[in-house]
Design a protein around this ligand. Sequence first.
Ligand code: BES
Ligand code: ZN
Ligand code: ZN
Length: 496
Amino acid sequence: MKVSVSPGHNINGTLIMPFFEGTESVPDMHAEGMHTALKSQINMVLNDGDFKSKAKSTMSLMGGDGGKAMLVGLGKESDADVHAYRKAGASVVASRKKAHGTELTVRFSGASVECMAAFSEGMMLRDYSFDRYKAIDEDKEDELDVRVTCDVGQETELSALILTLSGVTSGVHLSRDLGNMPPNDMYPEAFADQAWEWAKDYDNVVVTIINYDQAVKAGMGGLVAVGMGSSRKPCMVIFELNADLTGRGPMLVGKGITFDTGGISLKPGANMDEMKYDMGGSATVFGTMQALAATGFAGKVTAITCMAENMPAANAQRPGDVITTLSGKTIEVLNTDAEGRLVLADGLWKAAEFDPEYIIDFATLTGACVVALGHEATGLWSNDDDFRTRIHEAGNAVDELAWPMPLLPAFEKEMTDSKIADTRNLGAGRYGGANTAAAFLKQFVPNRDYEKDGETIPWAHMDIAGTYWGSKTNTMVGNGATGIHVRTMYHLITNG
Ligand code: BES
Ligand code: ZN
Ligand code: ZN
């Protein structure tokens, strides 16, 4: 999608007009330069109540004299915040088949620069399809050419905002691409190669790959155990943005299971194909780095993704195995399908090496989190209440909900109750599975400088099992990988 900003009232192609609920006629200012027949037609549908301007609704009209328009509802004026504008913009693209052509001119009536930018953001976010595997694609649509009109004097600020939002959108779309890729083509080394190639585009980015042999040597027993049963060997990918700056920066860690069969504790067959998105955490992390790099973020940010394919095989790990992680802690593996926490154990321990300001991990970690929160909210745990609140608020600011969940000593106790090892990868029963998983991870977040009694590093865990895929109510997405939390992280990191 091409988006340009221009002050004034020229109309190219189809006119896109957002209205508040209850609008009964086109305001005069809004109507300048419009074909007369089109204007009277719009006035008719508004006046008759055929188009009520309910949130996310659209209606296409064609005037007898050749003018074309799409009306889009913003909902009630009192509720019309940036989120309403963003959703309305997405609705336009979602119903673009009705939009008669690829040239669109958006005309607002009295919207703030932030709201106009949010509308454009919604259009850009929704302008996504994953069609690279279609040899024949009859639905393929031509690129949209969008002109956002504004008042004279607003254009500089509006174009700058839209440019930033388009950089962030490129991060969301990268995350979605990675999540939608089939697992035969998106395996640990393929992810690492893509990161390596990507780094060449930016001179302030360094990507380091810890391959299988190096992971074995380093003692990354969690990553190695999960990935060793696959012919596609595991690896760890480290992303560093502006690494030469002094001082601390955020650290993001992602679960990157490119396919989760469950391993020897094999999953049932139904919908197993969806387990290709078990690398959603790593996609969130890579997408966030892209958003930051593309928008020219000048601060230091580091990220680690733990990539492995969880397969059953003669050389796969077994339930009952005891493994030694990078931290030195041993884990009794009671279920090979609880593999995300094993790779993250090494990723979180490694993270402290970079002396980060804070650590946030992203993982499609548990089915239990989907049971608890459905597809509407990400589970959010933290060892620091204020930090958790900041993340929750960053999510709210961009309309990506993350809901606070408890980290309790009782859950931690449940996870350390192994007869033969320091800890176990399975809770005692099936209840509270998302919480026991979070408590398990907490054991692998070291204190600063790895000192036993040292300062706690603020850490948060985000379980995106329910939100990274198939969020039916999310207007910004459509279907497949959602790319959630790239925008949350961009907001959190760039707003201090
Ligand atoms: N990748 C799954 C979690 C998952 C489930 C993600 C549904 C997305 C949708 C994870 O590795 C897993 O299998 N977890 C087990 C843990 C259990 C064995 C303790 C689960 O949730 O059943
Ligand atoms: Zn699993
Ligand atoms: Zn998994």
